[in-house]
Write a new protein. Structure first.
Length: 260
């Protein structure tokens, strides 16, 4: 894949960018981007473990909140550090970073499914929606050269903040009051909203990118003409070599001779 440009238009993008550059300039030289990428994966694994442990002790949710902050530090800073130090490896960084993001998200949703705060079906649906959106983003980056990191003002940082707020709310009432609709789990309700949002994002992006690519590569008018056939049917007067062999009377004649 050729080098791509990053497009980040989330609500906190500008503030976050200044903060990340300031932190990158102050990091020790011994710390490199690979260290931060690995840290981000470990943090996601810790968050998933925290959710799973909260099934037995709700205080484990503090692990989740701390791990989300640690994941933001590692995942957001690894690329910034490489750019500040002018040691970018665009293809390597893009591949490794996002492969580990997929692994981390899987661990996170697995922990949510094990926590009891979200039903298994919704956790799996949420993971599927995340993977579909990620796949579309990666394909669009490959064919259009633009890596879009946000949709409608929401990016990874905003989603981490919402997840942390929801996690803290679990210390109180883990259900939400919906009147006549009952009191579903807070994370089930939030998960359904997230699935709907990602479905909308996926649909909009597919239509938008397919339309743009269709304009870049319009359908050409085909000048193809099928070749004419030079096949000639065989001569109708053709006779088999055996057609001139005199008849011996057929089967009946043979029977007469045998009987005589």
């Amino acid at each position: 894949m050729a080098e791509h440009t990053r497009e980040h238009r989330s609500v906190l993008a500008a503030v976050e960018k200044r903060a990340l550059i300031a932190m990158a300039r102050r990091l020790p030289a011994a710390v490199n981007s690979d260290h931060l990428t690995g840290l981000a994966l470990i943090a996601m694994a810790l968050a998933g473990a925290g959710y799973a442990l909260s099934r037995w002790d709700v205080r484990a949710l503090w692990i989740v909140v701390a791990a989300l902050a640690l994941n933001w530090f590692g995942d957001s800073l690894d690329g910034t550090l490489a750019r500040v130090r002018h040691v970018e490896r665009p293809r390597y960084g893009f591949y490794v970073d996002h492969v580990l993001d997929i692994v981390g998200a899987t661990l996170l949703f697995a922990g949510l499914a094990a926590s009891g705060f979200m039903t298994l079906s919704i956790a799996l649906s949420l993971l599927i929606a995340y993977l579909l959106v990620s796949g579309e983003v990666f394909l669009a980056t490959s064919v259009r050269g633009v890596f879009k990191m946000s949709f409608s003002g929401f990016g990874p940082t905003e989603l981490r903040i919402l997840l942390a707020i929801g996690t803290l709310a679990l210390f109180g009432d883990p259900r939400v009051e919906l009147g006549a609709l009952g009191r579903p789990r807070l994370f089930d309700f939030g998960g359904l909203i997230a699935i709907a949002g990602m479905t909308v994002a996926l649909t909009v992006n597919v239509v938008r990118n397919a339309t743009a690519l269709a304009h870049l590569e319009p359908r050409a008018t085909s000048n193809f003409q099928p070749p004419t056939s030079n096949f000639q049917p065989p001569n109708s007067n053709f006779q088999s070599p055996t057609s001139n062999v005199p008849s011996t009377g057929g089967v009946g004649s043979w029977d007469l001779e045998v009987g005589s």
